[in-house]
Design a binder for this molecule. Structure first.
Ligand code: UDX
Length: 432
């Protein structure tokens, strides 16, 4: 099949590369010519394990075409995916759809034969209806279907998630569009049971409901972790005990700092906004957003307590600053408010992240990027394990820090409290 992905951000690029790998001809379009030139040379602007190899392979085989020529790409494709960003609007909770509608206005000119127009970007329920309105004119009435096909890719595991999805959701009432979408996905999923056809609005809402539910699970376990800390219970036992109930499931029950990333914070807010528009009080989602915001403050206070509320000139080391491992993404990472606060309080902050130095900290005082774990930890007062990169899982802290009386705050519960006790290292985890 011939596909066109509009937008070469995270979603468009990963999906485009993976679709080309199963034999489709895929145009990846972006208005940013520099980005297109960069991609054409086989470079990948984001950190995603396995993506560069796959991209290079398919570029070589001429199945993957990077271009800024939207017209040519759309005219030559039967399926067009809209993959542009839908960030949160300034000073509001709602998703900013201006990029999506702008693309729809441009597409209108190029619908001269039947095409499926798909929203892969996360868009609020009823957005597909609005796109359809924009696209429609007297001539092209029967020449297109607007379908919702949300993505569920996790950063760092996006390729695996694409090739082995738990489910593929296709939102359309058109039999013709559904048949084509099924034949597009079947080589990947191979199982009918993983393919779910629903209404367009249904698919749009499934995406938000899924992300909001996962965010709820995380916030729930994080609040229970707070209770564990007061009652001497280990949250890991709670997650295991709860998670073994198949109705609950053990995934996304790991307690840690506030959740972050490009999706959960944005999508929970947008869902609340949609609820408000339809006069529905999504009180649980509101609480989740609230709880997550409070968590950033709670953990920052805990850092302060661990330093006996005397932050001036203390050396604090962050191991990992991204919102999760295997990504260079800093969006909504909980390390940002923590480091900002500590810098204001005149701490000396050193950080190491396998994905390198971060712009987010470049204007902050006393924040130093270290090229390796060793230089980040030397003579530190407090080591904070913020992101669970594999690089941090087997460290000999005594050798690294070379100082008495340092503490460890393990925000991902990577280490065993018992072992730390034996080593006589003051160790603090989450909910234990
Ligand atoms: C998420 C969804 O999982 C994906 O389906 C969607 O399409 C995009 O948003 P992503 O943002 O890449 O993916 O990250 P994810 O792995 O879901 O983690 C999000 C946040 O939750 C991270 O900050 C992570 O550290 C946190 N998390 C996750 C926990 O604190 N505990 C967990 O058990 C799981």
């Amino acid at each position: 099949m011939k596909l066109c992905m509009i937008g070469t951000g995270y979603v468009g690029l990963v999906s485009g590369v993976c679709f080309s790998d199963v034999g489709n001809k895929v145009y990846c379009v972006d208005k940013d010519q520099n980005k297109i030139d960069y991609l054409k040379k086989g470079n990948v602007p984001i950190y995603e394990p396995g993506l560069e190899e796959l991209l290079k392979k398919n570029l070589k085989q001429n199945r993957l075409i990077f271009t800024s020529n939207l017209k040519k790409a759309v005219l030559d494709s039967n399926i067009v995916f809209i993959c542009v960003g839908t960030p949160t609007k300034k000073n509001s909770n709602s998703a900013d759809l201006k990029n999506v509608f702008e693309v729809a206005r441009q597409l209108k000119k190029y619908i001269t034969k039947y095409k499926i127009i798909i929203t892969k970007s996360t868009v609020p329920v009823t957005t597909g209806d609005q796109i359809e309105k924009i696209l429609k004119n007297q001539k092209n009435k029967k020449l297109f279907d607007v379908v919702s096909n949300p993505e569920f890719l996790r950063e760092g595991e996006a390729i695996r998630d694409f090739i082995y999805p738990d489910r593929v959701i296709i939102g359309t009432n058109s039999k013709k569009a559904n048949k084509i979408m099924k034949s597009l996905y079947m080589p990947i999923i191979k199982k009918n049971s993983r393919y779910f056809n629903t209404s367009r609005r249904g698919a749009e809402l499934i995406k938000y409901a899924s992300n909001a539910f996962l965010a709820t699970k995380i916030s729930f376990i994080n609040e229970i972790a707070n209770l564990c800390e007061k009652t001497g219970v280990d949250i890991k036992d709670i997650s295991l005990g709860m998670g073994s109930d198949q109705r609950i499931g053990d995934r996304f029950l790991r307690a840690g700092p506030a959740y972050g990333g490009s999706c959960f914070p944005k999508d929970t807010r947008a869902l609340i906004d949609t609820g408000n528009k339809f006069k529905i009080d999504l009180s649980i989602v509101k609480s989740v957003v609230n709880s997550n915001e409070k968590r950033k403050i709670l953990l920052t206070k805990k850092i302060s307590t661990l330093l006996n509320n005397n932050l001036n000139n203390k050396i604090v080391t962050f191991l990992g600053v991204t919102f999760k491992p295997n990504t260079d993404d800093m969006r909504e990472a909980s390390s940002i408010p923590m480091i900002k606060y500590l810098s204001k309080k005149k701490c000396h902050i050193r950080y190491f992240d396998p994905t390198g130095k971060k712009d987010e900290f470049k204007n902050l005082k006393n924040v130093e990027y270290c090229k390796n774990i060793k230089s980040a930890c030397l003579k530190s007062d407090l080591i904070i394990l913020h992101t669970e990169w594999n690089d941090f899982k087997l460290l000999n802290f005594k050798k690294l820090v070379k100082k008495k009386n340092f503490k460890i705050y393990d925000m991902r519960n990577i280490y065993s409290p018992l072992k730390m006790k034996k080593l006589k290292i003051p160790y603090f985890g989450i909910g234990r």
